[in-house]
Unconditional design. Structure first.
Length: 288
């Protein structure tokens, strides 16, 4: 499952859904949570279910739904409506630990059976740092459930949870707590063996800032990024797609070790490379 770019779109907006499906996003996230007003929740739920059913064949493996939080009183109705053939995954907000993922997985077991879907079809991407409690439980994602597709993090809800006036310093950089949230997401995802996905860039008109954020995120280890507007998708896809030069360099490392399988270190153009370089090269080439 390719997850470079996951694009949020309000499930109750036909106009935005139509625009989103024309984008090159790897995944569309039909949102039932923050972008939908309380009085529109039922309509959004029905619209999401209809959209998944209608576009299942054309957008296979691309359709996720962000449900409302498990303890909101809305999540079970969300799941009962949207777990239909064609649904690829659930984005789980306000996740406090892997226990919440297990609770969601148990609901999916039942609903997949009801819908005639193969067990384990619907994957889960938790937003893993939106509450104070969640920051203290990131280790719980290991060992991983088979449904876990990726981990992502969020700064906006976390700042509200701790009562912060802003999640940014005066120079525009994230404050230490949110840098920690990103780092914990990276480590938890690596430990669980799933891709870490970077959080949203909230100014959708700031393409230059988005590109810079993508470069920083990829350099730190993120494998993709969440988008909130179709105009962000191409920037994200380009940033998280290895260049021809990166692919060529990775291929040289993989080929060099393949030619000398007993070697632990090699010299390529006067630079020493070892097993971590080989692992990264294989990841760049999509071999692991």
């Amino acid at each position: 499952m390719k997850l470079r770019s996951m694009l949020f779109v309000p499930a109750d907006s036909e106009r935005k859904l139509a625009k989103a499906q024309e984008s090159a996003a790897d995944v569309l996230i039909l949102d039932l949570e923050d972008s939908v007003a309380a009085g529109r929740k039922a309509a959004a739920r029905a619209a999401a279910a209809a959209y998944v059913a209608e576009h299942a064949s054309r957008l296979a493996s691309k359709l996720f739904v962000r449900i409302n939080p498990l303890d909101s009183g809305l999540a079970l109705d969300d799941l009962a409506a949207v777990v239909v053939p064609g649904l690829a995954g659930i984005v789980q907000p306000k996740t406090t630990s892997a226990h919440d993922v297990a609770r969601l997985a148990s609901h999916l077991d039942v609903l997949e059976a009801r819908a005639g879907m193969p067990p384990g079809t619907v994957r889960i991407v938790p937003v893993a740092t939106e509450t104070a409690q969640a920051m203290l439980t990131m280790h719980t994602y290991t060992p991983s459930t088979p449904r876990l597709a990726a981990l992502t993090w969020g700064a906006e809800d976390l700042s509200a949870a701790v009562g912060a006036v802003s999640n940014r310093e005066e120079d525009g950089s994230y404050s230490p707590l949110y840098q920690l949230a990103a780092s914990l997401c990276l480590c938890a995802a690596a430990s669980a063996g799933v891709p870490p996905l970077d959080t949203v860039h909230t100014d959708f008109r700031d393409s230059k800032g988005l590109a810079a954020s993508c470069r920083i995120g990829r350099r730190r280890g993120f494998r993709g990024k969440i988008a909130i507007h179709p105009d962000q998708v191409d920037v994200i896809n380009e940033a998280f797609t290895p260049s021809a030069e990166e692919l060529a360099a990775a291929r040289r490392i993989v080929d060099a070790f393949a030619a000398q399988p007993a070697a632990g270190t090699l010299s390529i153009d006067g630079v020493m490379v070892d097993m971590p370089h080989l692992k990264q090269a294989r990841r760049t080439l999509g071999l692991e």
